[in-house]
Design a binder for this molecule. Structure first.
Ligand SMILES: [Zn+2]
Length: 111
């Protein structure tokens, strides 16, 4: 399974990749907890964040999970969330499909 991710301009983390076992693309959109910024702890302490119970993920914004054979469906699901699929990511995902990629981990950072 390839695992690639980037941060959308509004601070959500978009995970995408090619699932070799299922032979399809997968997508997961996660919103970081606004209280702790995804740390899961209160700033400068080891006390678990009360807002997210230490998970670092916003509990108000549900996580989106999508699996699809076609990359266009992934792009459409992202579009519904108001997030673009950068050309670079799209190109890499196409290549993951062609090569039936196994263990690829890639962080694009902020796009
Ligand atoms: Zn939190």
């Amino acid at each position: 399974m390839s695992r690639r991710w980037y941060t959308s301009p509004d601070g959500r983390i978009v995970y995408v990749g090619w699932d070799r076992a299922l032979q399809q693309f997968w997508l997961s959109i996660v919103a970081l907890c606004p209280e702790c910024g995804g740390m899961g702890e209160e700033l400068g302490t080891e006390i678990p964040c009360m807002a997210c119970l230490g998970e670092g993920v916003s509990r108000d914004a549900p996580t989106t999970n999508v699996g699809a054979k076609e990359l266009d469906a992934i792009g459409a699901a992202l579009g519904k969330e108001g997030i673009a699929l950068p050309d670079q990511v799209r190109t890499d995902l196409e290549s993951d499909k062609q090569t039936n990629a196994g263990d690829i981990v890639h962080d694009y950072g902020q796009v």
